[in-house]
Design a protein around this ligand. Sequence first.
Ligand code: ZN
Ligand code: ZN
Length: 262
Amino acid sequence: MTLPVADTWFTATKIDADTTLILEPHIHVLEQANMFLVEGTERDMILDTGMGVIPFKPYLNSLRSDPDKEIICVSSHTHIDHIGAVHEFDTRLVHPAEADEMATPSGLTSLFRRDMPEALLQTFLDAGYPPIGETLIEALPYAGYDPESYRLQGAPATGLLEHGDTVDLGNHVYDVLHLPGHSPGGIGLFERETGVLFAADAIYDGPLIYEGPGMSVAAYRKTFDLLKELPVTLVHGGHDPSFDRARMLEIIAHYEALWDAA
Ligand SMILES: [Zn+2]
Ligand SMILES: [Zn+2]
């Protein structure tokens, strides 16, 4: 296998005064998750930490206006593309339903297609994702990097986030929403003051995944019922570009119709 060497492993885009979107552009689109840095007056937050192919925190700190400020790491759920670098943070929060999985990952922990169950690969194809090559990385982070050396590490939670809890950054306060369906302990963060929702993989503007280990269409339907009632203005999903409430309702209606017809 010969892969090119990437110029830069991470990219960052400021999406508002306090929020930065971070991506790993050389990961296959299926596992290329959005990571969001929110810089608060009291503390910063990183929501999700990508694949963990190379150390993340040095890059993250280079983006922060005060790298010495406290930072909390929130894992929206525990799929490989969301908890890769969780072990690099001192404060690690997750929903109780996925705390064990974060401590000891039991799902996909390798970069290789051969380690992914056939049924799961089929689910991704059915959902509309392009096929995966030999590995989930499409470039090497540096010359000589050995993709075989990769293992998803995980880390025990230092605290738990349940529905109704709040994450307080000072000038940004988020309500924790339990949004199962894609995963048992999936959470979103909703800022009532602005209507901004970090929805993670509960809803994004791309093929949603609802058939697989820990997934449930029945739970997903309830999650969508909750989202429809929420005074959302802007959704930052776990993948793909952000969207407004009208688009959110369109996406929900699309999947509800799909499930009704099944
Ligand atoms: Zn994801
Ligand atoms: Zn996921």
